[in-house]
Ligand binder design. Structure first.
Ligand SMILES: Cc1cc2nc3c(=O)[nH]c(=O)nc-3n(C[C@H](O)[C@H](O)[C@H](O)COP(=O)(O)OP(=O)(O)OC[C@H]3O[C@@H](n4cnc5c(N)ncnc54)[C@H](O)[C@@H]3O)c2cc1C
Length: 305
């Protein structure tokens, strides 16, 4: 099936304004890197999501899901086939002590809404710049809290286009992993089980976590956050710092001088610069400490041909 025909089918499912051709993905990733998507589709309903999945399955089309783009590096050649994003599936609501969030909502906004409703449990997420879907897949966490602690259930579409509800016990949430990432399910909605709390205390905790984050992380530059997973028994940032890599990099990418676990896009970095900096860091840390750093960020797309 040619891109023109796929485009028409996608427009029939999602509407013309929700299907973009040759869309630069550097505008959709927080690190501001990446080539173009052949087709970027932004469905408005769960049924439209399932229909797009069934279309790509029927024609075996390449398919990539993007959340807020806070933990992905899109290569400079861009992404072929269909890229899906949940910009229009981002509603949040509170029912009793449950907060229900659509896959495209920001987890930061969920944290803020919980606070407004004096519900405690999501304070840890107040500075995580990901979507609910991305946070579920990665079991996002910060400052001692993680999604695993508060999730109740999740609604997903499988790669076969079936709608399913998964209970917490079925999610197999581990360090930056879940059954959702293993099965490549698509998160439509997540329900968090929170507890009634004291709003002033919730606010204070969020302010404290925000202060800690702003003082330690280079939030003034685009980045993917922590590039590497925490190796067992070590901290990636400390290993990188002790390898003398801060301030070093390739092209416009640089290991942050504020937090060595971050590689910043300092000056119009390309994905090639960013990846070369990652490889430089991995090599040096392996030589110095014998530790293999594993990527937390995901690399998607293809190199320039
Ligand atoms: C400055 C900064 C600070 C950060 N701090 C933290 C932190 O404290 N803790 C932490 O855990 N992370 C942190 N991150 C990383 C990132 O925010 C999280 O990993 C987040 O969960 C990724 O969500 P996203 O929506 O941006 O996903 P993306 O980066 O867009 O995608 C990540 C993965 O999730 C998948 N995905 C996205 N949406 C869905 C969906 N609806 N269904 C199924 N799969 C989906 C994608 O296919 C991809 O594989 C930080 C990042 C930055 C830039």
């Amino acid at each position: 099936m040619r891109n023109e025909e796929i485009y028409k089918e996608l427009v029939a499912i999602c509407g013309e304004k929700n299907v973009l051709r040759d869309e630069p993905l550097k505008d959709h990733t927080l690190v501001k890197i990446g080539g173009k998507a052949d087709l970027l589709v932004m469905p408005e309903t769960y049924e439209a999501v399932a229909q797009v999945i069934r279309l790509k399955e029927a024609h075996q089309l390449p398919f990539t899901l993007l959340g807020n783009g806070s933990n992905v590096i899109v290569l400079d050649g861009g992404i072929r086939g269909i890229v899906m994003q949940f910009k229009h599936l981002a509603r949040l609501r509170v029912e009793g002590n449950q907060l229900i969030a659509q896959g495209g909502a920001n987890i930061k906004d969920a944290s803020r809404l919980a606070c407004e409703n004096s519900l405690t449990g999501l304070e840890f997420a107040c500075g995580i710049p990901g979507s609910i879907g991305g946070a579920m897949v990665m079991n996002a966490g910060a400052y001692g809290g993680e999604v695993k602690d508060v999730i109740d259930h999740v609604k997903v579409v499988t790669q076969q286009g079936e709608l399913r509800t998964l209970k917490k016990e079925e999610l197999e949430l581990g360090y930056r992993t879940s059954i959702i990432s293993k099965n490549k399910d698509i998160v439509l909605e997540a329900a968090f089980a929170l507890e009634a709390g004291d709003q002033a205390a919730i606010k204070e905790k969020m302010a404290d976590l925000t202060f800690q984050r702003e003082s330690k992380q280079p939030l003034e530059y685009p980045s993917v956050g922590s590039v590497f997973k925490r190796p067992p028994g070590y901290f990636a940032g400390k290993l990188i710092q002790d390898s003398g890599l801060q301030g070093k990099g390739v092209g416009g990418a640089e290991v942050s001088t504020k937090h060595a676990g971050f590689i910043i896009n300092k000056n119009n970095a390309t994905a090639a610069d960013y990846i070369a900096t990652i490889e430089m860091v991995r090599k040096k840390v392996k030589e110095t400490f014998g530790v293999e750093l594993e990527l937390e960020a995901k690399i998607v797309g293809e190199e320039v041909k």
